[in-house]
Design a protein around this ligand. Structure first.
Ligand code: GCU
Length: 357
């Protein structure tokens, strides 16, 4: 069974070896550039300072144990100011807490992907973005943030994932101003297409301490070169969701061996920070074993810098197994495609270890 992925993390694109941590910094920049050019599209430029304005008074949530603050994040673009609303939820104890930077499919405080009471009870804060407030999940490249820049038309222009990820970083610019948020201890998180987004945000933004991918699948944690039965391919996505990526990605339909990258690059760009990848047993579309193997193949990025990366198996993990002995953790739970309470409990356990709780 094939388990090794090309191209190798520890070879520059010209074939020379990445020999040490200093070389890896250049390799990381090279991988980020390849991913932007060939897969997601380049991030828009950051123009000046990001601003944060609180809206109204804080409200009690979670049986009065937590506070919800609403705010608006804004920044300049070539076509004027862009603003989006966010929700900031934190235990009501006057302390600063490590936090999840969560991009979700709804702006609801209580949502099936967000067990907020449980997260608050574990002493974490949550900063919530609703992805549609950034730009619509369709091919309309004039909607909201998508329309605020002159998008490159050479195949490298941003896809929607890049814009959703960019917005997460802009909220992070001001997270330190939010009462109850410890901006030094931030985990990015999202499910599925927003798991892809969390990975791309965390790959680029070194302020994120823990990068989380939940069932991110194709274009996220699972590779193009290693596919198992029933897994999604670039060709499937090119039909339904081409707008998540830059146009260059479609060059690789049915030609994975020609790709100058694979998804282990995306994971490796989080090194030497922390990475947690979660899969679900019945989520064949996202290809759990391929997600696991991307963790395995990304691991040299940590090792060359003197850290332990992936400590799990090379053969498929059993349902319910989790590997968290190094800076790359992986778990697979029973069930289907979902961001479940079980997943959150796993990520909180990993986060607890990261911050030494
Ligand atoms: C579709 C798509 C996946 C994506 C998922 C989601 O199934 O093919 O790539 O991850 O939607 O975001 O829910």
């Amino acid at each position: 069974m094939k388990t090794e992925l090309e191209p190798k993390i520890l070879r520059f694109a010209d074939g020379t070896e990445v020999k040490n941590a200093e070389d890896f910094k250049k390799r990381r920049a090279e991988m980020l550039d390849i991913l932007a050019r060939e897969e997601y599209g380049y991030m828009p430029p950051v123009m000046g300072e990001t601003r944060l304005k609180f809206i109204g008074e804080p409200e009690y949530i979670c049986a009065g144990m937590a506070l919800l603050r609403r705010a608006e994040v804004s920044f300049d673009t070539p076509k004027g100011e862009f603003s989006f609303p966010v929700k900031l939820m934190t235990p009501d104890d006057g302390e600063k807490h490590p936090c999840f930077l969560f991009n979700n499919f709804q702006d609801l405080t209580y949502h099936h992907y967000l067990p907020i009471e449980e997260i608050i009870a574990h002493q974490y804060s949550v900063a919530l973005i609703y992805y549609n407030d950034i730009t619509s999940d369709n091919n309309d490249m004039s909607d909201k943030l998508a329309g605020m820049y002159d998008r490159a038309d050479d195949g490298t222009g941003y896809g929607k994932i890049t814009l959703w990820a960019f917005a997460m970083s802009r909220l992070l610019d001001r997270l330190g101003d939010c009462p109850g948020f410890d901006a030094e201890n931030v985990a990015s998180i999202g499910h599925s297409r927003l798991g892809k987004t969390s990975l791309w945000c965390g790959a680029n933004d070194e302020r994120i301490k823990l990068v989380i991918s939940n069932d991110s699948g194709c274009g996220g944690a699972s590779s193009e070169r290693i596919k198992h039965k029933g897994a999604e391919k670039i060709s499937d996505m090119a039909v339904k969701f081409p707008f998540w990526f830059c146009e260059n990605r479609s060059k690789y339909i049915d030609k994975p061996d020609e790709m100058p990258f694979d998804q282990h690059f995306l994971l490796a760009c989080a090194a030497p920070r922390y990475l947690s990848v979660g899969s679900a047993e019945k989520d064949t579309w996202a290809d759990p074993y391929s997600e696991q193997l991307s963790c395995f193949n990304a691991s040299p990025a940590w090792e060359i810098q003197g850290f332990c990366g992936y400590t799990g198996k090379e053969e498929p993990a059993e349902i319910g197994e989790s590997f968290d002995g190094g800076r790359i953790s992986y778990h697979i739970r029973r069930g289907t495609h979902f961001l479940s309470r079980t997943d959150w409990l796993n990520y909180m356990k990993v986060f607890d270890n990261v911050i030494g709780r």
